[in-house]
Design a protein around this ligand. Sequence first.
Ligand SMILES: Cc1ncc(COP(=O)(O)O)c(C=O)c1O
Length: 461
Amino acid sequence: MINEPSLKQPDISELTELDKRHYIHPTTIPKLHAENGPKLTFKEGNGIFVKDIHGDEYIDGLSMLWNVNLGHGNKELASVAKEQMEKLAFSSSFAGYSNEPAVRLAEKIAAMAPGDLNSVFFTSGGSESNDTAFKLARFYWNLKGQPEKKKIIALKQSYHGVTIAAQTATAIPAFHSFSGSGISEVFHAVPHLTKCEEGDKKDPNYKNSIRALVEREGAETIAAVIVEPVQGSGGVHMPPEGYLQAVRKLCDEFNILFLADEVICGFGRTGKMFGVDNWGVVPDLMSVAKGVSSGYSQLGGVLIKDEIRDTIVQYEDVLAHGFTYSGHPTACAVALKNIEILERDQVVANVKNMESELKAGFKYLEDKHPTFTKSRALGLLSGFELYADRDEMVPFDQSILPATEVVEECFNRKLILRPLVSNVGRNIVAIAPPLIINKQEVELMINIIDESISAFERKHL
Ligand SMILES: Cc1ncc(COP(=O)(O)O)c(C=O)c1O
């Protein structure tokens, strides 16, 4: 709980009016926002709790955007940022300039990453990482004398970000209709068709598989396949056992790069340091962001395997890609401390323990609530679904948005979660609390979800 006295109250109505007038919010309904102002204006946080400007305290059940992995108000991260800012807040990484925190972080991440992912290209976030990965993949094939290998295969239900290439790979329709354009040569396969990816052509879904797309387009035109180890914003979908291994094999068979988007999964979220570690798979390129700094600094990166790195370093011209904030010293110093704490405090082991607590809570909810089903958790990446008739998988009437309603009930009881869309509508609730959560706090979340589903069921059953 937050014990420290709040700072002087801001003028709340003034802040609301200024927000409505001047601040265009991402992934928010503009008309509603301009009329009503912010849903909540955050002010401070401690551990899994955040307070708003009214002094109301909420549980942050999604680590904000699946990223505040060490929780709020971490003084060690704040101190290291201050120290680094006082010494050297920013320096360029262009034209061969360097700085110690970026070098140390690159070395540290290489030591933690699976296989021979031993080099890093730094970015400021997940979308930039995925755009960078696509460009590096194409650049690599160019250097290998195969410039026609340009196409990218992503999965339906995937979320890879909003910069124009990452957005094209994202398979959530609203993000495509927003600006009506994308890059060409990106294709989407149905996720998790393990048998098809292993080569079973008799499967009725075969034509929707990655393998079928590769055969249709020609492997000689395909640069990379991008996969989230566990799909996040598309619905918290777990891959079936063997799926990632099958995609890895397929990529090897057809000489295609396997790009893992670890933006949510990376740095402990799934109970292993990286999502792919759950299946012993080593990608060729790996995008990271979010958990690398627990959101205390804006940082992302693409991890690069040795063979790609060794090819790139033969290039004698300028590598014409980079962001002003690539290798930002303050961001990297914060990330180094974040990783030090993750390891020192055995946070990933806590994630595994809390996964069990969460699953016990899900079992209780499933036994009690007839609408609750399909709960899943890998580490602290979890969710459940709501159906009118769960045995027959009958969704609620279209006029009812069950996940949105339950999330709103939770919000009214001071727990922040997120509704997600499945193929039957808005019926998935995502839960991904900070990785430092304890047993009592998991129970507190489950109690609130319990009460919230009860309120929803009283209305609709
Ligand atoms: C799997 C995945 N990839 C990429 C991104 C984009 O990251 P960012 O919002 O930092 O650009 C996200 C963001 O939620 C994500 O979940």
